[in-house]
Design a protein around this ligand. Structure first.
Ligand code: UD1
Length: 366
């Protein structure tokens, strides 16, 4: 059986690596990795292939950055051509990026089975491109891998039949379990001059937070005000560009407690999150990683697709207004013994064997 895996953006590499590794142990399955080129910087793509041992792509479409329609359209054309050349039995698409949607649309229109990893996650906020991508991808897919019971339930509510949905668990958890020892070896804390448990990690890159200068300014102002603890801020290229254009870069650089750094690799990020007092983020993946690493997550969004983490009290949705961010973070800083409380929570994302279940299910449909 030949599975064509379409990836393009940083988190998709993390989500896919454990599945490809699992399949490599199985003679019946061959994975062909196709990179759309949505992410192309070393820190956004190659380092993740290297650290997560994902085999080199058989095809790199080299699409790069652009508007949603242009980027998705170019990727669809490339994926369509590649499907015609490689003739896979299944096209596997992970996550919720434009690469995910392009892979799913191109495949379903050629009548090739689509399988979606991380299906059924819903924020119910259609202003987020990821929500649009997820919904459309799910409805193009013949086989849907749900990370949690809530994701499975969302799919059934939308009329997707029970036989198509597999409650696999989350492959990002599989990846995290495998890579934690390497993360522990990384000397990232020393490198950035941080002490265990005494700093926060900040990431922000969603268009709704960084594209509007006022919103970005509110978030940055909040971070500047939170002088209580050092904040390490690996800056996504999209955010760096917006910080430069708005002049906020100079302002944030003047704040001594904020350490602006280039995007970090997977092991360094796990090390940073594990040892942090808290994480401020608008990323979907980091909300889950913080949860698994028992670090409180302050999510700079009004809604999340990972509602499980909020319901369990490990994740707080604070939106993006300055006053609310500062107030909520200060409230949390006053709470004692947070890590210990978070350690005792149940994990709704499976048992670390999601990739195994996914490979088994793929074999059954072919
Ligand atoms: C994409 C995903 C988002 C995911 C994120 C992870 C979509 C709609 N969004 O957002 O869900 O959380 O990846 O990082 O698919 N750029 C570079 N170098 C790169 C890649 C991007 O400089 O290697 C810059 C370009 O200026 C580009 C901008 O970042 O215009 C945005 O990149 P893009 O691929 O459009 O989306 P992300 O914001 O990275």
């Amino acid at each position: 059986m030949e599975v064509m895996l379409v990836v393009g953006a940083r988190p998709q590499i993390v989500k896919s690596a454990p599945i490809v590794r699992e399949a490599a142990r199985d003679d019946e399955v061959e994975f062909l990795v196709v990179h759309t080129g949505q992410h192309y910087d070393f820190e956004m793509s190659r380092i993740f292939f290297d650290e997560l041992d994902l085999p080199d792509p058989v095809v790199d479409l080299g699409v790069g950055s652009g508007s949603h329609a242009w980027q998705t359209g170019e990727m669809m054309i490339g994926v369509e051509r590649t499907i015609e050349e490689l003739k896979p039995d299944v096209v596997l698409v992970p996550g919720d990026t434009n690469s995910t949607l392009a892979g799913a649309l191109a495949a379903v229109k050629l009548h090739v089975s689509v399988a979606h990893v991380e299906a059924g996650a819903r924020s119910y906020d259609m202003r987020m491109p990821e929500e649009v991508n997820r919904r459309l991808t799910d409805h193009c897919s013949g086989l849907l891998f749900a990370s949690t019971e809530n994701c499975r339930h969302n799919l059934l509510k939308e009329g997707i039949s029970e036989e198509q949905v597999c409650l696999s668990g989350d492959t990002m958890y599989d990846a995290l379990l495998r890579h934690l020892p390497k993360a522990a070896e990384s000397d990232v804390l020393t490198g950035f001059g941080l002490a265990e448990g005494e700093y926060a990690v900040l990431t922000v890159h969603r268009p709704e937070n960084v594209d509007d200068p006022e919103t970005l300014s509110d978030i940055i102002e909040a971070v500047i005000q939170l002088r209580e603890l050092p904040i390490v801020f690996p800056v996504h290229p999209r955010t760096m560009e917006r910080l430069r254009v708005t002049g906020l870069l100079t302002k944030v650089k003047e704040a001594e407690h904020v350490r602006l750094v280039d995007p970090v690799g997977y092991h360094e990020m796990l090390g940073l999150v594990k040892n942090a007092k808290m994480v401020f983020t608008d990323s979907g993946g980091l909300q889950k990683e913080a949860f698994w690493l028992h670090t409180l997550c302050i999510t700079l969004r009004e809604r999340t697709e990972w509602v499980e983490t909020v319901k369990l009290g490990a994740n707080m949705l604070v939106g993006n207004s300055k006053e609310t961010i500062v107030r909520k973070v200060r409230e949390c800083l006053a709470v004692e013994g947070l890590k210990a409380k978070l350690k005792g929570l149940p994990n709704p994302f499976g048992d670390g064997n999601a990739s195994k279940k996914i490979v088994e299910a793929l074999k059954e449909i072919c």
